[in-house]
Design a protein around this ligand. Structure first.
Ligand code: PRP
Length: 210
């Protein structure tokens, strides 16, 4: 988590929360992408850098460039615009996709997270950036982590999210490796007994994709 209490990020999070503005699904997706871009930049400050020499038409310049092998992994489907935002900054990242949805076997108040689709490169020794715009109970991220364990051990994990609940953040900190870093645009205090973040923004998947 990092301090962004007075920053441009508030403009984007205010618009995706606003019940009138969020009805414009193209704007909603683009705002999530823009949050991904800002968080990519902030996260980039914590990556490893190595010396490189760039040849310009008039000479050469020594510069520090990112050394990490990045893998962006997004949770379908609400994660797609956030993924696109990060990918537009981390040009050479490899990509992984995983599906997860809440299944209500008995009633609306009771759910389990189901993972049905997964495609990823090896994660061994790489820097994994896991993206999901909503971190409500944290159960989705926990289930996704369990599937990812079968694909190698990343050197480092970053979680990128847009809105999280305090309870979900605590849960994720408990189940993920201790060195995992969380990048989140906004934190809300409440989580209702159906697992929805309050005041949150509603259902990010539906708002982005109908
Ligand atoms: C939402 C959201 C997260 C998950 C968060 O997905 O996009 O993936 O819930 O909840 P959790 O932290 O309590 O696990 P949803 O099931 O609505 O699917 P969708 O993205 O396809 O709409």
């Amino acid at each position: 988590r990092f301090d962004h209490s007075n920053s441009l990020l508030n403009t984007f999070t205010a618009e995706i929360r606003d019940s009138k503005i969020q009805k414009d699904s193209m704007r909603f997706r683009r705002n999530i992408e823009r949050i991904g871009e800002v968080l990519a930049y902030e996260l980039s400050k914590t990556l490893d850098y190595g010396p490189n020499t760039v040849e310009t038409p008039l000479g050469s310049k020594k510069m520090s460039l990112i050394k990490d092998d990045l893998v962006l992994c997004s949770i379908l489907r609400a994660g797609l615009p956030l993924h696109q935002g990060l990918l537009s900054y981390f040009d050479r990242a490899e990509n992984a996709f995983i599906s997860a949805f809440r299944h209500h076997p008995n009633n609306e108040d009771d759910f389990e997270v189901v993972v049905k689709y997964f495609a990823a490169p090896s994660l061994d020794g790489k820097t994994l950036i896991l993206t999901d715009p909503m971190l409500a109970t944290g159960k989705t991220l926990e289930n996704v982590l369990n599937v990812l364990r079968g694909h190698g051990t990343p050197a480092k994990i970053h979680i990128v999210s847009v809105i999280g609940s305090e309870a979900g953040i605590d849960y994720v900190q408990k189940v993920f490796p201790t060195e995992t870093e969380l990048w989140i645009a906004a934190v809300d205090e409440e989580l209702n007994d159906r697992g929805y973040i309050l005041p949150g923004l509603g259902d990010a998947g539906d708002l982005a994709f109908g």
